[in-house]
Design a protein around this ligand. Structure first.
Ligand code: PAF
Length: 281
């Protein structure tokens, strides 16, 4: 039976007991509105550890847009029954006062990793992510914590965070999980209208075509090609398209500037902002 816990003190005490009995702990932090992508992280965490802890907390300080925070789907009841199916042991679901009894003013400097893409488009977002992830990791003290590669830049920020602090946890990146038609799974997909949901796989299809063109186009040309593709579809408004190396996520001008390069996009489909990425090599 899964235990639902809402206070830090209770969670700490349960974790201490588990540690005393020698159990390893896998942790999956989420903001709820769970989908198959989250469940994949949890199945893996369950396989690789004795105990699966997950958290659901819609973290207000990582939202730079009030409407996005208000409209973020909250489906705790449905989430809890999904969690039972993957054998989650502890669900930590605190409220805002429990997580932030005092005003928070920590400031992190992630250097140029935080200046690009999501960092540039959503001021303060990664600082809010870092504050909550650090807090959660310090409370749960997991052996391993699992994050999806859809939020590729978030994953890079968290890897840097645990190195900077430092925190004794292994961060496990997990591949993007897609719907049958290619749309990257995201809690925000629930907010798409029927028609928006129908056209949304265009993002995946465009990325899939783009990654094949690196033999004939330069990074700059490929970025332009991708942007032109989206311009022909009025349903989409591009926030950014970047072709960047996979470490500090800086844009590349030549393919041989880096050993690993990915394409990243953020687009608005109606009022919903969707991100996706794909490895070029
Ligand atoms: O990716 C998310 O769901 C959130 O950013 C995270 C890591 C749970 C922090 O609030």
């Amino acid at each position: 039976m899964m235990k639902i816990i809402s206070t830090v003190i209770q969670l700490r005490s349960l974790i201490a007991d588990a540690r005393l009995s020698g159990k390893t702990i896998g942790f999956v932090p989420t903001m709820g509105a769970l989908h198959e992508g989250h469940l994949e992280l949890m199945r893996r965490a369950k396989r690789e550890n004795d105990l699966l802890v997950m958290s659901i907390f819609v973290n207000p300080i990582q939202f730079n847009n009030k409407e996005d925070l208000e409209k973020y789907p909250r489906t705790l009841e449905q989430d809890s029954s999904m969690l039972e199916t993957v054998g989650c042991d502890f669900l930590f679901a605190p409220d805002v006062k429990e997580m932030y009894p005092e005003p928070v003013n920590e400031q992190y400097d992630f250097g140029k990793l935080a200046d690009v893409m999501e960092g540039a488009s959503r001021p303060g977002h990664f600082n809010g992510v870092a504050i909550v992830v650090r807090k959660l990791l310090e409370i749960v003290e997991p052996d391993k914590a699992y994050f999806g590669e859809k939020d590729f830049q978030q994953l890079a920020i968290i890897q840097l965070l645990v190195k900077m602090i430092p925190l004794p946890v292994e961060i496990i990146p997990c591949p993007i999980v897609r719907e049958a038609d290619g749309l990257a799974m995201s809690s925000r997909n629930m907010r798409l209208t029927e028609n928006e949901r129908f056209v949304a796989p265009f993002i995946y299809q465009t990325l899939k075509q783009a990654v094949k063109l690196n033999t004939v186009l330069s990074p700059e040309e490929l970025k332009r090609w991708t942007s032109e593709k989206f311009k022909k579809r009025p349903e989409f408004k591009v926030d950014y398209i970047e072709i960047a190396e996979d470490q500090l996520l800086q844009p590349v001008t030549h393919w041989n500037d880096a050993n690993g390069v990915c394409i990243f996009v953020a687009v608005f489909l109606g009022n919903v902002r969707l991100i996706d990425n794909m490895r070029i090599f």
